[in-house]
Design a binder for this molecule. Structure first.
Ligand code: ACO
Length: 424
């Protein structure tokens, strides 16, 4: 086993070096504080491995993403979202019998308790769907209390996956003042979601194969992305042994931020703004470079990908193919392509290795599918559920898991006496 040496205040310490299955190196500093009284300092955790995980592998330099060893390109080409969910959560691809049983369970748990429908009435019409989704998911615990044994945990996992799409679609129906449309057991996961979103009680919604396939692909591409902000949040909350629904609800809240999943909504708003401003994309590329402005090109840059985001590459190709298939000519797609090529030629973006991320083209596809902009991040959350669940389960089953509790370098006042109010 190789070791890393640390010299601290003249004393030398050895630390074991871990090697991942793809050869990545990590210095195991588990005993650092006990042995040296020092801690590591790593804001944003950019150099910190918070766990060992067998779920997803990413090589940001090479633009590689694999779910349990399977390349994202192959999953995007050939798999259904339900297969991917099974793979991520249970560790292997399901055989036909397992797949049918899983699909069957997901359809038979898709209703939400009728009492939960009343929750929707309490939210104002303009409430953001991510806010509603996160609180509704947390509330599932009230109906399905935390399970003690493995079988019950699995049932709650199924319930969460099955009901989340119903909650998401009901959120939209509430926002436009239409009656809720109940799930159908004869439809696939993506088709059932589209049915609940767009059908009205008197009229079924025709779901074309290209629409169903496009949603399937988007869900597959979003299914997991190892230790990102929301997944780390799920693990962090779960490490206190908070229940599954609480941990996932926290993940949904983390995802909602504009630097994370919320960026897909921001991309469309940004493109819209550029278009309304005459389509002068170069002006916005320049503004993003200007350190005096806080404007950033939304959908650009990634903590891990420093070459290209393979998901963005797939989505760009699919948008080019699917929009004409759907008879849609979206000026935002043309604008996005111009903006991308202008940024990719620019020294600022080249030097910083800033490329389009998954959120750059996903919004264009969601728009083409008729999904309203404020639902984009909800779509991301639906896709990411299997990944969050897989990580929660992995953390829970790992005997080395301890409550997550980082330390800090204190920079505040040193000890001083209290001063009473009349003396201040
Ligand atoms: N536009 C302009 N400049 C950028 C951008 C951008 N989109 N992203 C990063 N930069 C610049 C930073 O200003 C910084 O410049 P500096 O070195 O001169 O100070 C440098 O590139 C590095 O950026 P950081 O913010 O340090 O990178 P970090 O890894 O912390 O952040 C993040 C990554 C949050 C994704 C960032 O690139 C960003 O804000 N992008 C826009 C929002 C976005 O698209 N988020 C979605 C991410 S993908 C996802 O969550 C699914």
């Amino acid at each position: 086993m190789s070791t890393a040496k640390l010299i601290l205040e003249g004393k030398e310490y050895d630390f074991p070096v871990l090697i991942g299955s793809e050869g990545e190196l990590g210095v195991d500093v588990t005993g650092l504080r006990a042995r040296t009284k020092a801690i590591t300092y790593d804001p944003g955790y950019a150099n910190t491995g918070s766990c060992k995980s067998a779920v997803t592998y990413i090589d940001g330099e090479e633009g590689i993403l694999r779910y349990r060893g399977y390349p994202i390109e192959e999953m995007a080409e050939s798999s259904t979202f339900i297969e991917v969910a099974y793979l991520l959560i249970y560790g292997q691809l399901p055989n036909l019998r397992e797949l049918e049983a899983f699909q069957d369970q997901l359809t038979h748990h898709s209703l939400i308790h009728e009492d939960m429908k009343k929750f929707f009435e309490g939210y104002p019409r303009g409430a953001h769907p991510m806010t509603i989704l996160s609180s509704m998911v947390a509330s599932l615990e009230a109906y399905y209390p935390d399970a003690a044994n493995g079988e019950d945990i699995n049932l709650n996992i199924i319930r969460l996956l099955a009901k989340a799409k119903t909650i998401a679609a009901f959120t939209y129906k509430k926002s436009i003042g239409q009656p809720y449309v109940y799930p159908r057991n004869d439809l696939s996961y993506p088709a059932d979601f589209l049915h609940m979103m767009f059908a009205v009680p008197a009229e079924p919604f025709p779901i074309s194969p290209s629409l169903e396939n496009a949603l399937n692909l988007l869900l597959v591409l979003h299914a997991d992305h190892e230790q990102n902000c929301s997944t780390s949040t799920v693990r962090m909350v779960g490490s206190s042994q908070a229940n599954l629904f609480a941990a996932i609800s926290a993940g949904i809240s983390a995802l909602s931020g504009p630097l994370h999943g919320g960026a897909n909504q921001q991309v469309i708003q940004m493109l819209d703004m550029i278009l309304k401003d005459g389509g002068n994309y170069q002006k916005y590329v320049d503004m993003a470079k200007d350190k005096k402005s806080d404007f950033r090109l939304m959908g650009f840059g990634h903590r891990v990908y420093k070459n290209f985001d393979p998901r963005a590459k797939i989505l760009k190709k699919v948008a080019d193919r699917i929009l004409p298939e759907m008879g849609i000519r979206d000026p935002l797609l043309e604008l996005a392509k111009h903006l991308e090529s202008a940024a990719l030629k620019d020294a600022y973006f080249i030097e910083r290795k800033l490329y389009p991320n998954v959120d750059f083209y996903s919004g264009i596809l969601y728009r083409a599918m008729g999904i309203p902009t404020n639902m984009f991040t909800v779509m991301f959350a639906l896709g990411r559920l299997p990944g969050w669940i897989a990580h929660w389960l992995e953390m829970r089953n790992d005997p080395t898991t301890r409550i997550h509790r980082p330390r800090q370098i204190y920079t505040g006042q040193v000890k001083r006496p209290f001063v009473s109010v009349d003396q201040r």
